[in-house]
Design a protein around this ligand. Structure first.
Ligand SMILES: N[C@@H](CCC(=O)N[C@@H](CS)C(=O)NCC(=O)O)C(=O)O
Length: 225
């Protein structure tokens, strides 16, 4: 029985796992979740109790949390391109950078984007300003890390790069990379990666719903067209 992937193509955390699946050509059945529909949401809570996307289903087993999903796929559906290095210290680095991208790129991005969706009067300008400051600090950290490295964990594409690509895609439109040449070059390498290109092509019809679509450059709007 094929893996079932519950997701939405526009979601950055979903793209993280999609990249991992595409990297190794892992077969799966894609099911789009509409969290805005109360019935669909109630049904989905049985798969993912916190209602977060994505989730993987393997038979009776539900696997939540993107990093664990990628590790699960590595263990149970290994491919030619391991996303967790075998050497213990390298593996720790890959896991560390996966965490850093989730916590310090993805989460501020969610804060800034989520705030724009709030009604007037319920916004949190201070929280958004802190998220923007946090992003700038993360950019400096990533720029330093990528000096002399091709990918975040070293010379091989890893789980850390799966986490980096979608987050940086969206933050590049919220807080430009500016004077960080290693980060800028790294982002271009991520965009050129076939697995990420494929995820972006699938997301393109939904880009119009990104709350900062007005800030989206033409090359992203027309991705793969
Ligand atoms: N820590 C979670 C984060 C997943 C997450 O935040 N997903 C977002 C979409 S990108 C979501 O489900 N948002 C809907 C909600 O919070 O109601 C993971 O790595 O799986």
């Amino acid at each position: 029985m094929a893996l079932i992937f519950h997701y939405h193509p526009l979601s950055s955390f979903c793209q993280k796992v999609l990249i991992a699946l595409h990297e190794n050509g892992v077969p799966f059945e894609a099911r789009i979740v509409n969290l805005g529909d109360p019935d669909a949401r109630a049904a989905y809570l049985k798969v993912s109790p916190m209602g977060k996307i994505p989730a993987l289903q393997d038979g009776e087993r539900s696997i939540i949390e993107t990093s664990i999903q990628i590790e699960y796929v590595e263990q149970h559906y290994p491919g030619a391109a391991p996303l967790l290095p075998g050497e213990p210290d390298m593996q720790l680095q890959a896991r560390l950078w996966d965490r850093l991208f989730d916590l310090y790129v993805e989460l501020p991005m969610q804060k800034i984007v989520g705030d724009r969706l709030r009604p007037e009067g319920e916004r949190d300008p201070r929280g958004v300003a802190e998220a923007r400051e946090g992003l700038k600090a993360a950019y400096a950290m990533i720029d330093g890390r990528l000096a002399g490295r091709t990918w975040a964990a070293g010379e091989a594409f890893s789980i850390a790069d799966c986490a980096a690509a979608p987050g940086l895609f969206f933050t590049s439109m919220l807080e430009p990379f500016g004077a960080f040449p290693n980060l800028t070059a790294y982002f271009e390498r991520l965009l050129a990666r076939p697995s990420f290109d494929r995820a972006l092509r699938e997301a393109r019809p939904f880009f119009q719903y990104f709350p900062y679509y007005d800030a989206m450059p033409a090359r992203f709007r027309d991705w793969g067209a």
